[in-house]
Design a protein around this ligand. Structure first.
Ligand SMILES: NC(=O)c1ccc[n+]([C@@H]2O[C@H](COP(=O)([O-])OP(=O)(O)OC[C@H]3O[C@@H](n4cnc5c(N)ncnc54)[C@H](O)[C@@H]3O)[C@@H](O)[C@H]2O)c1
Length: 254
């Protein structure tokens, strides 16, 4: 039986949910009944998201969590599990972008992007995977990018390559998690209006105006992405794993 409240009573962790897409995901999961753990490196913003949800009668707490704290990864994730006793939904959302062209990317650019946008996703998932296996239940959702599917246009190759890696590691967790009732899927946002977008050329270049380039004639919003995550985090998607939902207004059709 599918619970009509979609994620009622489920415990969800969203990385990088102090602002932007992560914040919208945390809000949407909380609205549909999940107990949400907001995590971010920005204490003020993360706490504010949790406080606002709590003030509206939803269940949300904030924990500072740096997704690149590899040494303490397992203990941090275990501490999060202890807050509500389990973790049903884990959304790998935290990320950074870059704009260096292929002939400009330095070793340190490359390493930073792989560490924050790819390595962190793997080790966060590995840590929560143990908890989900023991529960015989888990919904893993990873925020990749349209750039990971078709190469970085306004974002750098270091970014798009890391996001392509996320698409692949999601399939690896889908392959090994299936027998434990764990699904692993990605959402690939297109051009989405957040603080991250402010550094990208498509936001300002008249040639990239959405009426000219995007079939649905507008940029995406964090809520557009959150709606797809809600579906993948709920039991409505129980027979979908290792897959991808593109949320890009039709800008890229496979
Ligand atoms: N905005 C877009 O157009 C777009 C397009 C495709 C994919 N994405 C992806 O969506 C995700 C969210 O992006 P956004 O646009 O909301 O970005 P954003 O910059 O607005 O928010 C990112 C959040 O991640 C947090 N964060 C950064 N480093 C962290 C770390 N080490 N540990 C924990 N938290 C950290 C930040 O504090 C911030 O709250 C990212 O993975 C991004 O790559 C965004």
């Amino acid at each position: 039986m599918i619970n009509k409240n979609l994620v009622e009573g489920k415990v969800a962790v969203v990385t990088g949910s102090g602002q932007g897409i992560g914040k919208a995901i945390a809000e949407r999961l909380a609205e549909f009944g999940a107990k949400v753990i907001i995590t971010d490196i920005n204490n003020e913003k993360g706490q504010e998201v949790a406080d606002n949800l709590s003030a509206s009668g939803m269940t949300a707490v904030f924990r500072r969590f740096n997704v690149t704290d590899f040494e303490n990864m397992k203990s941090c994730v275990e501490e999060m599990k202890n807050i509500f006793g389990r973790i049903d939904i884990w959304v790998n959302n935290a990320g950074i972008t870059g704009t260096a062209r292929v002939d400009e990317i330095t070793l340190s650019d490359w390493d930073r992007m792989q560490e924050l946008d790819l390595k962190s996703v793997f080790f966060c998932t590995q840590a929560v995977y143990e908890i989900m296996k023991a529960q015989n239940y888990g919904k893993l959702v990873h925020i990749s990018s349209m750039a990971g599917e078709r190469g970085g246009r306004s974002s750098s190759c270091a970014y798009s390559s890391a996001k392509a890696g996320v698409l692949n590691l999601s399939k690896c967790f889908a392959l090994s998690g299936g027998k434990y009732n764990i699904t692993s899927n990605c959402v690939c946002p297109g051009r989405t209006l957040t603080a991250m977008a402010e550094g990208l050329s498509w936001l300002k270049d008249p040639a990239d105006a959405p009426e000219k380039t995007i079939p649905l004639c507008r940029f995406g919003t964090p809520d557009d992405i959150a709606n797809a995550v809600l579906f993948l985090a709920s039991d409505l998607s129980s027979y979908i794993t290792g897959d991808v939902i593109d949320v890009n207004g039709g800008l890229y059709m496979k």
